[in-house]
Design a binder for this molecule. Structure first.
Ligand code: PFF
Length: 467
């Protein structure tokens, strides 16, 4: 592995990881799901899960990556066993392929809107415009263009391509979002939007908790890029001097800041346009904003800046998603990097095109399926870190951790005991809702605890028979 590339600097790793986390999840998916699931109720559950599950989970994924020093398949083979490592690593690679397939379609929508914004083409009839742009041949074309941009950056390698791109793109994203949030505050009829988004509604939450939990948990993982092995891959290029807990905190805080900021732009603007927040679906962003842009002097400039910013954010996340399957081909199968990039891109061109032609499938894949894959992936990571590696994971946490060292034990306790149950609870809840099961929250919690105990026993027996 001596010829593996590595990050030129720790700052490069942190910026690239924030670049991965902050993307369409924050700007496109978060407002869509928040608006559709009760606003502030969703926000509260989401934030709690980010802190309680996302942060320790991301740290677990980083620990696996740096310990394994390889992409998911190789790392998990070395850390767990050849059979399980191959199976889980392959599942991770599939997850990134599934996510990038739809991510690239949405990236294509954004690219499309960024390109036509100078003419204000969609200002007049945003719903109809999005209707033609979202699925069909146009969508296929822009998906291919977006994928081409991402593939070109990955083609040129980790340290040169990704690090350079992230350094320029991130500050631009933040500056533009702050400016847009300030501008939104000056728009008429936004008060109800701010209240919907920020005023805590305990009654709504009590009545709707089961239906809010699944999407909020899935979104927390999606936005932090946890559970797919993509962050594991980035951490595999790190050395022992980096403080994983510090880096995790910086990444989670900046990402959450960007998401909440995007909500401050999109949600009040939905209300300002009189659009029912629940009706937007995946198109919420694209139908909510144009009338606001249209009403502004210089609206085409604001619109171009907005979609240009979102495009940058989407590209940095797309890079991380593509890096995992590409680096896997390089690490595990010795395929030259550029050929690997081409191969994976051709595959994604096909799968993404399929989704760009099939709206209902797109919605399922980008919502529930993505949530499920990431949740299962995270469950596997916490089992490996908490139940199998234990002290080895602690040592990895501690290497370079500096003043975060005292937190090591409590992190491992959380990963070993809390996370498996919480993650299984979220999984049970989503599966039960999908299957239309009639048992309530209490029953689902019991199922989750029993399932966690069974998994714990199964792992203990598997380890015993191996020894
Ligand atoms: N976190 C990215 C976003 O919010 O846009 C999406 C993402 C990237 C999800 C990488 C999963 C992943 F592995």
């Amino acid at each position: 592995m001596s010829s593996r590339e590595s990050w030129v600097s720790n700052v490069g790793f942190v910026l690239a990881s924030i670049g991965s986390a902050a993307g369409l999840g924050n700007i496109w998916r978060f407002p869509w799901l928040t608006a559709g699931n009760g606003g502030s109720a969703f926000l509260v559950v989401y934030l709690l899960i980010v802190v309680g599950v996302g942060v320790p989970g991301l740290l677990a994924e980083f620990v696996l990556g740096r310990r394994g020093r390889q992409t998911p398949i190789g790392a998990l083979r070395a850390l767990v066993s050849s059979r399980w490592g191959s199976a889980l690593g392959t599942f991770n690679v599939l997850t990134t392929l599934v996510i990038l397939s739809f991510y690239s379609v949405v990236g294509g929508w954004i690219l499309h809107y960024a390109l036509v914004s100078p003419t204000g083409a969609y200002f007049g009839q945003p719903q109809q415009y999005f209707g033609t742009a979202s699925y069909g041949l146009q969508a296929v074309g822009f998906h291919l263009l977006f994928l081409g941009i991402v593939a070109t950056i990955v083609f040129f390698g980790v340290s040169s391509g990704i690090e350079r791109a992230s350094k320029v793109m991130l500050p631009a994203v933040v500056v533009l979002l702050v400016a847009l949030a300030g501008w939104t505050a000056t728009q008429p009829n936004t008060a109800a939007g701010y209240a919907f988004y920020l005023r805590f509604d305990a009654e709504y939450l009590a009545a709707n908790f089961p239906s809010v939990l699944g999407p909020a948990a899935g979104q927390a993982l999606f936005t932090l890029s946890v559970g797919s092995g993509a962050m594991l891959t980035y951490a595999s290029y790190l050395d022992e001097t980096a403080s994983l807990p510090r880096d995790t905190l910086v990444i989670a805080v900046s990402n959450t800041f960007i998401g909440v900021l995007a909500g401050l732009v999109v949600i009040p603007l939905l209300f300002s346009q009189g659009i029912d927040p629940g009706q937007g679906g995946p198109g919420a962003l694209f139908v909510a904003l144009p009338p606001a842009f249209a009403s502004l002097p210089g609206g085409t400039v604001v619109a171009t800046a907005f979609f240009g910013t979102v495009l940058l954010a989407a590209v940095t996340s797309g890079i991380n998603l593509l890096e995992t399957p590409v680096a896997t081909l390089v690490d595990v199968f010795d395929v030259p990097r550029r050929r690997a990039t081409l191969l994976v891109s051709v595959l994604l061109a096909a799968t993404g095109s399929g989704l760009a032609l099939a709206g209902p499938i797109f919605q399922f894949v980008s919502g529930t399926l993505a949530d499920l894959l990431l949740t299962v992936g995270l469950f596997a990571f916490v089992v490996i870190v908490g139940w199998l590696l234990g002290p080895e994971a602690l040592a990895e946490f501690r290497a370079g951790s500096g003043r975060f060292d005292p937190l090591a034990e409590s992190w491992l306790l959380t990963v070993s005991w809390v996370l498996p149950v919480v993650v299984l609870f979220s999984l049970t809840n989503t599966l039960a809702s999908l299957a239309g099961a009639s048992f309530g929250l209490g029953g689902r919690a019991v199922v989750a605890v029993v399932a966690a105990i069974c998994c714990r026993l199964a792992v203990a027996i598997a380890v015993d028979t191996r020894e």
